[in-house]
Design a protein around this ligand. Structure first.
Ligand SMILES: NC(=O)c1ccc[n+]([C@@H]2O[C@H](COP(=O)([O-])OP(=O)(O)OC[C@H]3O[C@@H](n4cnc5c(N)ncnc54)[C@H](OP(=O)(O)O)[C@@H]3O)[C@@H](O)[C@H]2O)c1
Length: 242
């Protein structure tokens, strides 16, 4: 089934909401993740609800051969309409995390992306898209989550570099800088104004991709919040417990 969207990290709450939107629009989907039984459940739900064309592919991004195995499996579905990178994991503040979880956090949030995306690139339609679910956490290092933030900053720069390289000659690349969204990842995180609804976030993400944006803050108010945080002088920044 050509012309589908490849969803990497398809068990993510936000990715599920995005997949449902594409499924409703009749777009074929290829759901990728490490939890194959859960992917099968999501796929079956989409088939029943929307009559969708959905395939499932188990992929452990910690395994050494993951890019080639995924690329080979996806080759039969080329050309792809697009790819969404939704893999991600919250990492405890550096002082509280052991070396293994720091390494895993850096890998899942960024390290695994370049080898997989570069290998999949030839399978994506020239008119298609690649979208990265990144985070406002990458905009300025903060004591509470700078390991996660550093990896997301790297993911954002990678996405924008890829966009620069492919301009005019390949798929459009969009970096989504998400604020706090109401998913298991943000569970227990207090945020003024509350965590955003994943369905509303998915709608905005889909719009930003469709418009071919380079970067989109979702929800939009986070653009203003982060502009303030980025420009705060250090003495003021140091007063914040964030
Ligand atoms: N929620 C927020 O507030 C927020 C804010 C900014 C950015 N984001 C980003 O948006 C994306 C989706 O987030 P979400 O909130 O929907 O998160 P989520 O529901 O926790 O989903 C995270 C995804 O990453 C996968 N994953 C996590 N650790 C993994 C590992 N070690 N190996 C392989 N896969 C792993 C999960 O697979 P399993 O289901 O198998 O665990 C799941 O598919 C992430 O990239 C996240 O960083 C989220």
């Amino acid at each position: 089934m050509a012309n589908g969207v490849l969803v990497l990290g398809a068990t993510s709450t936000i990715a599920r909401a995005l997949s449902a939107r594409w499924a409703r629009d009749g777009v074929p989907l290829h759901l990728v993740g490490r939890d194959t039984p859960e992917l099968e459940r999501i796929a079956q739900d989409l088939r029943i609800r929307y009559g969708s064309d959905v395939s499932v592919l188990g992929c452990d991004i910690a395994a050494g051969d993951f890019p080639q195995a995924t690329v080979t499996a996806m080759g039969q579905h080329a050309p792809l309409r697009g790819i969404v990178w939704a893999f991600g994991t919250m990492v405890a503040a550096a002082g509280a995390a052991d070396a293994q979880s720091l390494r895993a956090g850096a890998w899942v949030n960024f390290g695994a992306a370049p080898p997989l995306i570069e290998a999949l690139l030839p399978l994506v339609d020239r008119q298609g898209f690649i979208a990265f679910l990144s985070s406002v956490a990458g905009d300025r290092g903060r004591q509470s989550n700078y390991v996660y933030g550093a990896a997301k900053a790297a993911l954002s720069v990678y996405g924008l570099g890829l966009r620069h390289r492919l301009r005019g000659a390949g798929p459009s690349v969009t970096v989504l800088k998400l604020g706090v969204v109401d998913t298991r990842m943000s569970w227990g995180m207090g945020v003024p104004g509350g965590a955003a609804d994943p369905e509303a976030v998915a709608a905005e993400v889909q719009r930003a991709i469709g418009a071919g944006k380079a970067v989109a803050y979702v929800p939009r108010r986070w653009a203003l919040v982060m502009a303030v945080i980025r420009h705060l002088p250090e003495p003021l920044f140091n007063l914040l417990r964030i």
